[in-house]
Design a protein around this ligand. Sequence first.
Ligand SMILES: Nc1ncnc2c1ncn2[C@@H]1O[C@H](COP(=O)(O)OP(=O)(O)OP(=O)(O)O)[C@@H](O)[C@H]1O
Ligand SMILES: [Mg+2]
Length: 259
Amino acid sequence: MAIIKKFRITTFKKERPKIQIKNISFSFNKRQILEDISFMIREGEICGLLGPNGVGKSTIFNLITGLLKPDYGDIEINQKKVTNIPIYKRALDFGVAIVPQTGGVFANLSCSQNLKAISEIVIDDKNQRNFKIENMISKFQLEPVKDIKAKFLSGGQRKRLSIAMSLLSDPKIILMDEPFQGLDIMSTRELQETIVKLQTEENTRSCIISDHAARDLLAISDRAIVLANKKIAAIGKPSEILQNEDAKSAYFGDSFKIN
Ligand SMILES: Nc1ncnc2c1ncn2[C@@H]1O[C@H](COP(=O)(O)OP(=O)(O)OP(=O)(O)O)[C@@H](O)[C@H]1O
Ligand SMILES: [Mg+2]
């Protein structure tokens, strides 16, 4: 198994923005969650999204997919405003896919049936569909459990299924909300390699990944964003983020190290 570099080389092949978050503010009822947030994700970038529980990471994913609408501000994908474009069109026209923090699978369908259900929506050709399903089953080590209903899978197996389902559509933008949660050590390493491979095999593909397994996440991130108190506390390369005083006080603390 190849060893993942502690930090990836961040000489960007492309500087073109893939996703632009422009002055977004968002509230649930009257409670403000995000206040005037702006950032840009480049083509081909793997970006880690970090921050304490409840800071608004999943909310940002939901704003990008179109599940939520900002109170103020705009979202652009491929330099086109998508703020008013519905979820299904963002998925189809811009290749946006999400691995949700929880769920993301049909509990009463088996692994194979879950993959089949999604593939019937996103892949037209039947042979291609079957090929892709087999490929995902093998890539995510689901072979021994492929006929088991999703509700009976272990947490990590269910997570792997949910990731496999999100990749069936060959997405161009992948949003992963806590993909490492519940994965064992080997599966974590394999997922890190899968994510890096997803980016290298198509170098315009961008990933935003949120996870509290900060070491595992930063090891594969080109840049990272730390959110705190409705705002961005720090943004930059992992090595810069780890030195940043605001990021330390908001999230990492003083003793966090990547050895
Ligand atoms: N549907 C909702 N209605 C009201 N408040 C909500 C709703 N969904 C989320 N919230 C609140 O919005 C805030 C941000 O939630 P979000 O799920 O984005 O946090 P997070 O950064 O992903 O946290 P975690 O690390 O725990 O996953 C939280 O305070 C949460 O309670
Ligand atoms: Mg979350």
